[in-house]
Write a protein that binds this ligand. Structure first.
Ligand code: SF4
Length: 375
């Protein structure tokens, strides 16, 4: 079982907090599609003939693509890979792009999961973030997708926004629940250097809310979504039973995947590949058949494998397999074993059927705990 991730590095506008790789100049899209198709063919042996169970169009903003551009990508996928009949095929979409014609074409192409970037239901926050849609458009986009047959819909929300009160956050969550979606991803606002928001924070123009407030918002999120049947299967991801993102879960379960496009990563259990995060160079190198200039390959050392196992598994409901941990632990690991024991004694971790998992208290401090367990 393997997956394909295709990065579409274009957006209508730059959101103030975002440090993903994208460009707001759309003029190279058709050349980019040609390059992505060529990379799909070039990388076909990386997965050693594995059947493709998940395809994920991420970005950037994949809903920027028109029908013809997406069809070309599907054609290239099917020319070089065997795709399972039941494959989960996701497209990330922004509310302002969603309309009946596009939804119809996605349905016809076999796309069966939408991940809609809503972020907030409050217009003043959407404007502050420089999002390209209103709250009304966000809500309508979900209704329209449901009306057009999409049953597996995820939405993204951000908490920890400046001045966001617990009461406002409660309303946000209630609105999300009332939309009857199957999956909700939530992220705490993080300040990244070299973003518009990073600069505002540096200048002191934006005041962030306290860690205590953030913790209250996260706790409320976990308790409320849990009480209406959502399972927190990963720190930031909640789903109705049976609606986990298979694609993202496969990253956490160390399944192989190829990443196509600028800034994308690939992984096949032996090495990890990183694509250059520059649209113009990516296209130029592929046009000249210089595929290797676009990709850096990193062979994974034992320590890398251990760290990666911790980093990906600790945040999930599946947790860390104690036997696997023993196998992967680097030599001189007495200090790590004692850290695990201390975390269990202090109720940040618990052991269940041979798997170490985060308690609710541990989930609130997942990043700190992960760092403690890495070498
Ligand atoms: S639409 Fe998404 S990828 Fe594009 S700038 Fe906004 S958050 Fe970043």
């Amino acid at each position: 079982m393997s997956g394909i991730y295709i990065h579409i590095p274009y957006c209508h506008k730059a959101c103030n907090y975002c440090n993903f790789h994208f460009s707001t100049s759309l003029k190279s899209i058709d050349s980019m599609i040609d390059a992505l198709c060529k990379e799909l063919a070039f990388k076909k042996d990386y997965l050693e003939g594995d059947i493709i169970e998940t395809i994920y169009f991420g970005g950037g903003t994949p809903s920027i693509l028109n029908q013809k551009q997406l069809e070309l990508l599907f054609l290239s996928i099917h020319e070089s890979y065997v795709v399972s009949d039941n494959a989960e095929i996701t497209i990330e979409a922004n509310p302002e792009d969603i309309n009946e014609a596009l939804l119809g074409s996605w349905n016809n192409m076999g796309i069966n999961r939408l991940s809609i970037g809503i972020q907030s239901f409050q217009d003043h926050y959407l404007q502050w973030m420089n999002r390209n849609h209103s709250s009304g458009e966000a809500i309508n986009s979900v209704y329209l997708a449901q009306k057009n047959g999409f049953k597996n819909i995820s939405i993204d929300l951000i908490y920890g926004l400046p001045n966001l009160s617990l009461e406002q956050w409660k309303e946000e969550i209630n609105t999300a629940i009332n939309l009857n979606v199957t999956h909700i991803s939530t992220y705490c606002l993080t300040i990244e250097e070299r973003t518009a928001l990073g600069k505002l924070v540096e200048k002191g123009t934006v005041q962030l809310i306290s860690e205590d407030e953030v913790e209250k918002q996260m706790l409320h999120l976990m308790n409320t979504l849990g009480s209406v049947g959502f399972e927190q299967y990963e720190i930031s991801n909640f789903c109705k039973p049976g609606f986990e993102s298979k694609h993202n879960s496969s990253y956490w379960k160390h399944t192989s995947y190829i990443g196509i496009g600028p800034g994308a990563h690939s992984y096949n259990k032996k090495n990890r590949q990183h694509n250059i995060a520059n649209n113009a160079l990516y296209i130029k190198n592929i046009r000249a058949d210089n595929f290797d200039l676009n990709t850096t390959t990193e062979e994974l050392s034992e320590t890398d494998r251990y760290n990666e196992y911790i980093l990906t598994r600790i945040r999930t409901k599946w947790g860390i397999n104690a036997m696997e941990l023993n196998k992967l632990l680097p030599t001189n690991s007495d200090a790590l074993i004692s850290t695990v024991n201390t975390l269990c004694a202090n109720e940040f971790l618990y052991l269940q059927d041979n798997f170490y998992k985060l308690t609710q208290k541990g989930r609130l401090l997942a990043d700190e705990i992960t760092l403690k367990l890495m070498v």
